[in-house]
Design a protein around this ligand. Structure first.
Ligand code: PGA
Length: 249
């Protein structure tokens, strides 16, 4: 059976106490589904309480929304991989479009973070996606391939088993607009071919993200190229998110 990943990105929301309340409600509304893994990405301050409250469900993992590539040092405001791991993180998002476009994070910085995560044995969720003007200029493929190659620069083929890729068209994030399932699947195919050229021997999960909700999730997941979803807004309500992670299961 095909494995599916459901990833919840809470962004700058859900404090430690709210994370405990969310977890209790979510756990009460769901049971593990064979072949499905659930990831939660709380803000850094809530990783520990989310991980603690969700412990005991072997299908659930918690990750950080961002990490620094250095293990320690004078980087005020940043979260290192050892700090995130100590709080209960098993992986991290890297290069989310808000990191790239709001915080000006470069392709090169993204690559350093991916390498540091994989070297530490954590799962790296490398996010890629084109802006609206890039899509309209016919540059979707060029942009996502550039981001993928830069994000994986210096990564040995054998380490790709610790990787998840998320395709999130920037124009679809938080806007209520999303790519059609067929459009998304075409981009996933392009990414998958490139992963093959880079030497991936196992199937790297490729998630779709951008205004995913209960109404469109099933159509997206019906595409064999789409291995799961990365969800912001629709993951904030525990009952709504429970419905999405159970969809079609
Ligand atoms: P959205 O966010 O589901 O609210 O569009 C997705 C994301 O940014 O990961």
């Amino acid at each position: 059976m095909r494995r599916l990943l459901f990833a919840a990105n809470w962004k700058m929301q859900v404090d430690p106490a709210e994370a405990r309340g969310y977890a209790a409600q979510f756990l009460g509304a769901t049971a593990p589904v064979e072949g499905r893994t659930l990831w939660f990405f709380p803000p850094a301050v809530s990783i520990e309480s989310a991980a603690g409250a969700l412990r005991g469900r072997p299908d659930i993992r918690v990750g950080a929304q961002d990490v620094h590539w250095e293990p320690k040092g004078a980087f005020t405001g940043a979260t290192s991989i050892p700090l995130a791991r100590g709080a209960g993180a098993a992986g991290a998002l890297v290069g989310h479009s808000e990191r790239r476009h709001v915080f000006g994070e470069s392709d090169e910085a993204t690559g350093r973070k991916v390498r540091a995560l994989l070297n530490a044995g954590l799962t790296a969720f490398l996010c890629v996606g084109e802006k609206l003007e890039e899509r309209e200029a016919g540059k979707t493929e060029e942009v996502v391939l550039r981001q993928l190659r830069a994000g994986l620069a210096g990564v040995e083929a054998g380490a790709l088993s610790g990787l998840v890729v998320a395709y999130e068209p920037v124009w679809a994030i938080g806007t209520g607009r999303n790519a059609t399932a067929e459009d998304a699947a075409r981009v996933h195919q392009t990414l998958r071919s490139e992963l093959g050229r880079l030497g991936a021997t196992t199937r790297v999960p490729i998630l779709y993200g951008g205004s995913v909700n209960i109404g469109n999730a099933l159509g997206l997941l019906a595409q064999p190229e789409i291995d799961g979803v990365l969800v912001g807004g629709a993951s904030l309500d525990p009952d709504g998110w429970a419905e999405i992670v159970g969809i079609g299961g």
